[in-house]
Write a protein that binds this ligand. Structure first.
Ligand SMILES: [Zn+2]
Length: 554
């Protein structure tokens, strides 16, 4: 009996020790503010102070820290203020940046570093000393003006959802001509669909612009409208998001896509997961376009040849460099660049040419990927990392290697094993950081190293497969495993692979149930360094409860 009591006491004692032990890294992700405005600095300070009161000890800040060489004095005043707040609250300031998938820090230095999609051998003709594309006029949508109906059935399209129930000919409200296509009653379809589709023939490796006019009335949700260019096997050639106002008068939407290897494409317009309201579509067009968003760097050469391919002309001798002085790094409207012929060269008026170039691509809503194989990327990072080290002397750094939507398509990276290239990229980034900060602990968003997340083939516009990326990075890289719902398989994968883990959870939920789920899963794991409260909409209301939960855990 006595022995049992002693055992029970020891058990209670161990339990207490266990409960008192907490994760060493309890962080908050600071997102949605700049540092130029006083009000932003006040808001960020409030988050840090609140977190500190509830046991948090790290604040991860992106806010343009990776482009400090381009910042104004106001920015540094804001940064110094945040640094001060962190110090006085005993919160470690952890910088984040150098994203490849959202490449704005590199593109701010050189927009040509965007990953490029190839246009190959587009036919040009020279007139008045300028070469311009001869577009194939047969590439077009039939009945794109939505004029020709039989009742509510559109002519010329492969299908439109539930004519007379969801899709209608509207002769009252139209942008031009005598009719438009109206979509409504989306809940009459189990998927909330209200779509119209036509298969069109295209040329492989060419660039096309799609335009459509839309009008909405009480439309919900506002992100439900999409334009799609699908290749066979459902590959989305131009992933785009349009956040339309719920009610708006006619407005034109534009999308550009590269046909890649495809000779036919399914063009969709319409609604997915629609809930309420109406949307009208009119004047839907597709056209082949000349050089727009042309990239000009070693991995994206412009090639100009004679029509028969026998002569390759020389940039600077036969034609002026095909460069966009206003590249930024993409636009969807405006004219194509003219190919200016140099009079003393070998090209003459009336000549027919074949012109090849590479262009950047906008994904979703302004996301542009940088080419991982272009050496200038690492030169820029070296310059910027020196500023980070000098200014902040951080002990930890979070690399922004998430959601790399493109790669393997320009001459610098085509043919590379994409998993190996991605691993090499992060390894080089780690070496650059440790050149200035030898003992730095380095973290990375985990998705591109996780086969259960984004480290696989058939991923967005990537030509290649990210599988195996995790075999090409050092094992002391801490994986910031992220998401709303707990990712048990991902956590198990990184434990098996021997990587340390930071759990980046929460994701703007209305409660901490998912966070509790993550805590439950990692309880037996010994490689977990800590947790980060990770919102994407400045939703910090649950930060105190999150801090309290973590401080009492483990
Ligand atoms: Zn590339």
């Amino acid at each position: 009996m006595k022995a049992r009591l002693v055992l029970a006491c020891i058990f209670c004692f161990l339990l207490k020790i266990h409960a008192a032990e907490i994760y060493p890294e309890r962080w908050v992700w600071i997102f949605g503010w700049g540092l130029n405005k006083d009000s932003d600095v006040t808001d960020i300070s409030h988050v840090i102070e609140t977190g500190a009161k509830h046991g948090l000890n790290g604040a991860v800040l992106a806010a343009g820290i990776d482009t400090m060489s381009l910042k104004t004095p106001e920015y540094f005043r804001g940064l110094d203020a945040i640094k001060q707040i962190c110090e006085s609250n005993h919160v470690e300031l952890i910088p984040a940046g150098f994203s490849i998938g959202y490449g704005s820090c590199f593109l701010a230095h050189n927009p040509n570093l965007a990953e490029g999609l190839p246009v190959e051998d587009a036919p040009f003709v020279v007139r008045d000393g300028v070469g311009r594309l001869v577009p194939d006029e047969t590439v077009r949508l039939k009945n794109g003006g939505f004029e020709d109906f039989n009742g509510n059935n559109l002519k010329g399209f492969n299908f439109h959802d539930q004519p007379g129930e969801i899709s209608f000919a509207d002769r009252e409200i139209k942008h031009s001509g005598t009719a438009s296509l109206r979509l409504e009653h989306f809940t009459a379809n189990p998927y909330g669909h209200g779509r119209v589709m036509q298969e069109i023939k295209v040329h492989p490796h060419r660039c096309y612009r799609v335009t459509i006019w839309v009008k909405t009335e009480g439309f919900q949700p506002t992100g439900a409208f999409r334009l799609l260019a699908l290749a066979p096997h459902d590959r989305d050639l131009a992933p785009r998001e349009y956040n339309l106002p719920s009610t708006t008068d006619w407005r034109q939407l534009t999308m550009m896509f590269n046909s890649m290897t495809n000779a036919k494409v399914l063009l969709y317009a319409g609604v997915w997961d629609g809930k309420a309201g109406k949307i009208w579509l009119d004047d839907w067009r597709v056209e082949e376009i000349g050089p727009v968003n042309v990239l000009h760097r070693p991995g994206t050469p412009v090639t100009v040849r004679s029509e028969d391919g026998a002569t390759t002309y020389a940039e600077g001798k036969d034609y002026a460099p095909l460069m966009d002085p206003h590249l930024q790094p993409w636009r969807e409207d405006g004219d194509a660049l003219p190919l200016k012929i140099i009079p003393s060269g070998r090209i003459h008026n009336g000549d027919r040419l074949r012109v090849s170039w590479y262009h950047s691509q906008n994904i979703n809503d302004g996301q542009v990927t940088v080419c991982m194989a272009e050496p200038e990327v690492y030169e820029i990072m070296g310059q910027e990392m020196k500023v980070v080290a000098d200014r902040l002397h951080p002990k930890k750094f979070l690399l922004g290697m998430d959601e790399v939507r493109m790669g393997g398509t320009c001459r610098a990276c085509a043919g590379r094993n994409m998993g190996e290239l991605l691993g090499e990229c992060v390894t080089k980034q780690m070496q650059i950081i440790r050149k200035y900060l030898p003992d730095e602990k380095i973290y990375v968003w985990s998705d591109m190293f996780d086969p259960n997340h984004n480290a696989h083939g058939n991923y967005y516009l990537v030509n290649g497969d990210f599988t195996g990326s995790w075999e090409h990075v050092p094992k002391d890289l801490v994986m910031a495993v992220w998401g709303g719902a707990p990712r048990e398989k991902s956590l198990q994968f990184f434990e098996q692979q021997g990587f340390p883990v930071l759990v980046a959870c929460y994701y703007d939920a209305d409660n901490l149930n998912d966070v509790k789920g993550w805590l439950q899963i990692v309880r037996p794991m010994s490689n977990v360094q800590g947790f980060m409260y990770t919102p994407w909409t400045r939703k910090y209301g649950l930060l105190p409860a999150f801090g309290d939960l973590l401080s009492g855990q483990r």
